[in-house]
Design a protein around this ligand. Structure first.
Ligand code: OAD
Ligand code: ZN
Length: 269
């Protein structure tokens, strides 16, 4: 193994001794739950457990392109709740910004559509929004872009936006049945160049994102910060797990690096 032990202190030592500066992160909804945005698969609090009111056969249908084409209403009922602008980034988001400020961030892969990493100050060119975002939208039939201000208005009043051609308008979120953005595949090779991998707040249940951690080099430590063990973590000698809240995990990580106060200050700013 590369690490002296499977502890965050050993990771901190590794970072300092090896001048680590190519950190790759892979994150999901769990980094935003403390901001008030539900995740998908947590048993009681997750979105999929709370969609009964939408009358769906399968909760995942709300993000299914075939279903949306038939009936976009359930999605727009949710969009009203999830629309960006109402939430503040968490300290886990600030931790990502801190890695960037330290010159250590190679790439941030996110499955989240909440745009909170941008809001925390991480520059767009470092972020791969693997499942798209609410930042833009277009007609699902003729692909014509739809204006932001109109979109905001429609979502705010719980209406379904439509194109001149009659097609429904959908945010550029990747639905089940749709391809991930090119940028995801173009950036995948960078995972193999990482000198540290951090996975936070994701169940690693949705492919192809879920396979990213497998592309990390064999002799490169991988840190999991999540409520539970996921994705076969622990199978490698240099896997380190901080099981529990993301916010507590990044605080522990920062403290081990001697960045505790800096992280708090960044988050409070
Ligand atoms: P999930 O809901 O599947 O997983 C969230 C993970 O984060 C779970 O393992 C939780 O236990 C954990 N978690 C939740 N809150 C946490 C906290 N405060 N601290 C630590 N861990 C916490 O969400 P994702 O993995 O992001 O796709 O889901 C992947 C994709 O499935 C989403 O991008 C979405 C969904 O269908 C689309 O919408 C296209
Ligand atoms: Zn159209």
């Amino acid at each position: 193994p590369v690490l002296e032990s499977r502890s965050i202190e050993a990771v901190a030592k590794y970072i300092k001794e090896n001048d680590v500066n190519r950190v790759v992160l892979m994150v999901g909804a769990g980094i935003s739950t403390s901001a008030g945005i539900p995740d998908f698969r947590s048993p009681d609090t997750g979105l999929y457990a709370n969609l009964a009111f939408l009358d769906l056969e399968e909760p995942e249908d709300v993000f299914d392109i075939g279903f949306f084409r038939q009936n976009p209403k359930p999605f727009y009922a949710l969009a009203h709740e999830l629309y960006p602008g109402r939430y503040r980034p968490t300290i886990a988001h600030s931790f990502i910004k801190l890695l960037y400020d330290k010159g250590m961030l190679l790439k941030h892969f996110t499955q989240n559509i909440d745009c909170l990493e941008r809001q925390a100050g991480v520059p767009g060119e470092k972020i791969i929004e693997a499942h798209g975002s609410f930042a833009s939208q277009r007609c699902i039939e003729c692909k014509k872009p739809y204006p932001n201000d109109l979109m905001k208005q429609m979502v705010g009043t719980r209406k379904v936006p439509c194109c001149d051609c009659g097609g429904y308008v959908k945010p550029d979120i990747v639905f089940f049945g749709e391809a991930l953005p090119r940028s995801f595949f173009d950036s995948m090779p960078q995972v193999a160049e990482a000198d540290l991998c951090i996975v936070m707040g994701t169940s690693l249940m949705v492919q192809p994102f879920a396979s990213l951690p497998q592309h990390v080099g064999r002799r490169v430590p991988r840190v999991l910060i999540n409520m539970q063990k996921v994705g076969g973590f622990g199978s490698r000698a240099d896997d380190v797990m901080l099981l529990g809240e993301c916010d507590a995990g990044v605080r522990k990580f920062a403290k081990a690096m001697g960045w505790g106060d800096e992280l708090e200050a960044l988050w409070e700013a």
